[in-house]
Design a protein around this ligand. Sequence first.
Ligand code: NAP
Length: 273
Amino acid sequence: MNNTILITGTSSGLGRATAKHFHAQGWNVIATMRTPEHETEFSQIERVLVTRLDVQDPSSIQSAVDAGLAKFGRIDVLINNAGYGAYGPLEATPFEKIQRQFDVNVLGLLATTQALLPHFRQNRKGTIVNISSVGGRLTFPLGTLYHGTKFAVEGLSEALHYELSPLGIQVKIIEPGGIKTDFGGRSFDFSNDPQLPEYQPFVEAVLDVLGPMMAAGSSPEHIAEIVYAATTDGTDQLRYEAGEDAVQLLASRRAADDATFFAGIKAQLGLGA
Ligand code: NAP
């Protein structure tokens, strides 16, 4: 029997590349997305089930799990990939955007994990891979919400691994740096209010640096290889830094105390202390 993954957010980017990579290694893939009716490529491929899963819609999560089990009989790995970035000054961000950021990146990830746990617990086997970010270990200005969610993903994953490893269920955290996806376009939800002039120099400085930084980085295919290696390495390693930039950034974060690191970020943005 082939191994099977269920992955969220496969309409684009890292989720799509990861689905393809696992499939190429012989796995069955439950490729979930919000709008499967738009999918043309995956629906033609054997051993791929395309099904709807919106992490903000609990009934769609359960239906996707049920459909995956009905087709493949077992799910071995869950990859919580769906996510996006809400950025901008907190004061300029409507509360609904705050709520949606945490709903998708945190509550949706927890709900999807909960939906798989009974199956993994019964099998005494399963792997949960949470796509975090270097932004779950360090922060950039105007990323209050995004970093809040990715720090949450780090903390919840770390705590969860204690209670699941005795049941034979592994938890893995992937920490990519920049990935060349459309994250900076479709998944970048920036709030600003020009009526708040105090923030505007800050907004300009951050956008000047953030755009090119997101556009650089690794290909989604490269990060997908790291996700696959982490999932299948047979170890209980929790964290995986993904991409050259991630390794460098996290090393420089570890090497500096808070004050030194924050001063470096401010200097890079041309901002005063
Ligand atoms: P992407 O191409 O924009 O993909 C984001 C995916 O999330 C899309 O498939 C999107 O689906 C899906 N999604 C959004 N809301 C959803 C919801 N409510 N339910 C289900 N799916 C939903 O960006 P990406 O770079 O591949 O991002 C994938 C993951 O990598 C995210 O968790 C992100 O935080 C993380 N990451 C990205 C970078 C980067 O530089 N790109 C760096 C570190 C970490 P729709 O097509 O329906 O919108």
